[in-house]
Write a protein that binds this ligand. Structure first.
Ligand SMILES: Cc1cc2nc3c(=O)[nH]c(=O)nc-3n(C[C@H](O)[C@H](O)[C@H](O)COP(=O)(O)OP(=O)(O)OC[C@H]3O[C@@H](n4cnc5c(N)ncnc54)[C@H](O)[C@@H]3O)c2cc1C
Length: 687
């Protein structure tokens, strides 16, 4: 006699098998003949589709070493319903709630982010990611306090600043802002106009907003909560003859903006609210104007340049440009955090869209049950390459975080350059991809995707600005392209290549030769799924773009000058940067597949990795065709295989999103609940 539990297990297995059979029948008869053939093979022992994924096992491989603290964050907010952000909330209430959420995390849950920034940055980013899943406004508010205000003190200041401010920042007594952007200048930081003039008589700096264009704008934490701001201003020093002032370039200064007791703006400081935004309304962005605000000389964050009591300037770095680069270089942490958090947004969105697409049924063969919308090839085309990209980005950004942590420990110069370019490229690429995907997910969920409670609208509005702040994506991609060109030129001068670009060393010799007409025709599945073919294809494209843009720039600079030539080739340069970043992402994904110890998880990851690679190649098939890297028959085979891999991923899609390990109280959308999704949705509406 079977016991109750055994009976239930057998019933479950049977129903699972019947469901699989039913699906197979539907596929065979109506949907995808090619896929049906494969299913048939599987049944006859071909085994191709017998992929079993243990989502726990895969999740363990993915989750990284800081999952515990993320669970602490999730549990804390889950246990405090008053701290959960409702779907409808006014701007003022949202700001207030967001502040309470942050205070709760630090003072009740006892999480001290700034300590982790110093001791273990990857743990800090894990907290930031978890907090952003609770409410993106909270993630950004925390980022402003710790990644921007806190890190400006840690990275641009010296010991005296750390000693004075560390604890207050960590425990939120010293809420602060990062005041770089002005009304007239955002991306062009060297164009900032706020001035800090040294007064040798009083041993103070005088901070001034010389015109309306120099009003600090968009400053997070400024409108309501901030007590301090790190203000970026042009340092002006009296000349030796004391008849004029010399401009030493942009420097950072600590400026108290509100009274510690009364919380009123301090004399000379005018603060206004930037108002209601498209998203992130839990963050109080404000505008600041300074009128002869005096701060002690000690408030200059003096790691890269200092002013002595008698007004002399000293720096270990020889030029304004070098000091400026060093200052901005220290601020990459914010960018790393955004890239990492953007992947987390993509995971939430993909989970909601895929779970719902598995649940939702529309139409079907005559006289048979309706099919799940994820069985439609078009739905697979929308969501499966996105799922593959989410995995790809997960490994790439995890690696970025590790590199950043290592850089902070070693201060190795090569690593610093590498992290700088990589964080710019990944931030730009991943946030753009996520922004587009959020709209695709909304649409993939039809009308119910439009209900605010199902989250796509809020996620889309909150995340959209990730493409702009911490460096506009178009501007960041240009930094990547500029770095590639620098490496390319260096190579010809006999220099070495930074780690991330090291593949170019080979590319100069191999990839620039004409494509091989024989391999251009190879279309076998084994060849197309060979990581070597995939990486070669990505790298070939990057190397070609790099070489051709270098030639074009040289040609145009003769008549247009450097600035004009750069602008003439700008779209080409952006394509180059994206191509390079895709190569880096693929290389990391391939490495992650190879290192996975569990065979079934490894097989699932390999499938995703192939889909990521082939989908990207197909996406840019025109380029490959134009240069005959891929012959027509091969292009067709790539397309067919991409569709087929999407179908295969569909079969394990549930397990793959489960492996993201996002509890229902984090995804929150009723349509994506693991069970009773429809009834949770109807309950929300009031039935
Ligand atoms: C919600 C929010 C919060 C913010 N928080 C802060 C904060 O706390 N502190 C702070 O200092 N700042 C903050 N900012 C400002 C933010 O960092 C800037 O908006 C950002 O750096 C972009 O600058 P910009 O707005 O001047 O855009 P612009 O530089 O004017 O860009 C506008 C457009 O021009 C294009 N463009 C600009 N330059 C080039 C170029 N060289 N080549 C090609 N295209 C170009 C861009 O791609 C973009 O499409 C925040 C902004 C927002 C909206």
């Amino acid at each position: 006699m079977m016991k109750g539990k055994e009976r239930r297990t057998v019933r479950k297995m049977q129903s699972g098998r019947w469901e699989a059979e039913r699906r197979m029948e539907r596929v065979r008869q109506h949907l995808i003949p090619e896929a049906a053939k494969q299913l048939e093979m599987a049944r006859c022992g071909g085994g191709k589709l017998r992929m079993r994924v243990d989502s726990r096992c895969l999740s363990n491989y993915m989750r990284g070493k800081h999952r515990e603290i993320q669970e602490k964050v999730f549990d804390y907010y889950n246990a405090n319903p008053q701290l959960q952000t409702p779907v409808e909330i006014s701007k003022d209430d949202h700001r207030h709630l967001c502040m309470s959420q942050l205070l709760g995390l630090v003072r009740e849950a006892g999480i001290r982010p700034l300590r982790y920034v110093v001791s273990d940055p990857s743990k800090y980013f894990a907290i930031l990611e978890a907090v952003g899943s609770v409410d993106m406004s909270l993630g950004i508010k925390m980022g402003v306090q710790y990644s921007l205000w806190g890190c400006s003190i840690l990275n641009l200041g010296t010991k005296k600043h750390k000693d004075k401010y560390f604890d207050g920042i960590d425990n939120l007594d010293y809420l602060g802002c990062f005041a770089m952007t002005e009304l007239h200048h955002g991306s062009n930081v060297q164009g900032l106009q706020t001035v800090a003039t040294f007064d040798p008589i009083t041993d103070e700096f005088i901070i001034d907003t010389p015109n309306d264009g120099a009003i600090k704008w968009w400053i997070g934490n400024a409108a309501v909560h901030g007590k301090f701001a790190t203000v970026f201003a042009r340092l002006k020093l009296p000349t030796y003859d004391t008849k004029g002032l010399s401009d030493m370039g942009v420097h950072a200064f600590i400026v108290p903006i509100r009274d510690m007791k009364t919380h009123q703006p301090l004399p000379g400081i005018e603060i206004h609210d930037c108002g209601h935004k498209v998203g992130l309304n839990g963050v109080d962005n404000g505008a600041l104007r300074f009128r002869s605000v005096r701060i002690p000389r000690d408030n200059l964050l003096n790691r890269f340049g200092d002013v002595s009591r008698d007004g002399k300037y000293t720096s270990s770095l020889p030029t304004v440009n070098k000091r400026f680069a060093a200052t901005l270089g220290e601020l990459v942490g914010g960018r790393v955090g955004l890239a990492y958090s953007s992947v987390s947004v993509l995971k939430v969105a993909a989970t909601i869209a895929i779970r719902y697409s598995l649940l939702r049924q529309q139409f079907g063969p005559p006289n048979q049950p309706e099919v799940s919308i994820l069985d439609y090839q078009s739905q697979q085309h929308k969501l499966m390459p996105m799922l593959a990209s989410t995995y790809a980005f997960h490994f790439a950004t995890t690696n970025l975080v590790e590199k950043y942590s290592q850089m902070k420990k070693t201060h190795d110069e090569e690593l610093v350059a590498d992290v700088h370019a990589l964080s710019a490229g990944l931030k730009a690429y991943v946030t753009s991809y996520t922004a587009k995907s959020l709209s695709i997910c909304r649409e993939a969920c039809g009308g119910h995707g439009y209900a605010a409670v199902n989250r796509f609208g809020i996620l889309r509005n909150d995340h959209d600005i990730f493409q702009t702040f911490e460096g506009d994506n178009t501007v960041l991609l240009q930094q990547v392209a500029a770095d590639l060109l620098k490496q390319y030129k260096g190579k010809f001068k006999g220099g070495t290549l930074a780690v991330t670009w090291s593949y170019l060393r080979e590319s100069m010799n191999t990839y620039l030769s004409q494509p091989n007409p024989v391999t251009a025709r190879w279309e076998g599945e084994d060849h197309l799924r060979d990581p070597k073919f995939q990486l070669d294809a990505f790298r070939y494209r990057t190397s070609r773009l790099l070489q051709s843009v270098a030639v074009r720039l040289r040609k145009h600079s003769k008549s247009l000058g450097d600035f004009g030539a750069w602008n003439r080739c700008l779209n080409h340069l952006l394509t180059l940067a994206e191509s390079h970043i895709e190569s880096v992402i693929l290389a990391k994904f391939i490495e992650a597949v190879r290192s996975c110890p569990d065979p079934s998880s490894q097989a699932a990851l390999k499938l995703l990795c192939d889909l990521y690679a082939l989908d990207r190649i197909w996406n840019d098939i025109g380029t490959y065709r134009n240069v005959d890297y891929v012959a027509p028959n091969k292009a067709k085979a790539i397309h067919k295989l991409t569709e087929y891999l999407s179908f295969q991923v569909r079969n394990i899609a549930r397990e793959l999103v489960d492996a993201f390990d996002l509890p229902d109280h984090v995804t929150r959308a009723p349509i994506a609940m693991r069970s009773e999704a429809y009834s949770q949705y109807t309950q929300y509406v009031g039935f």
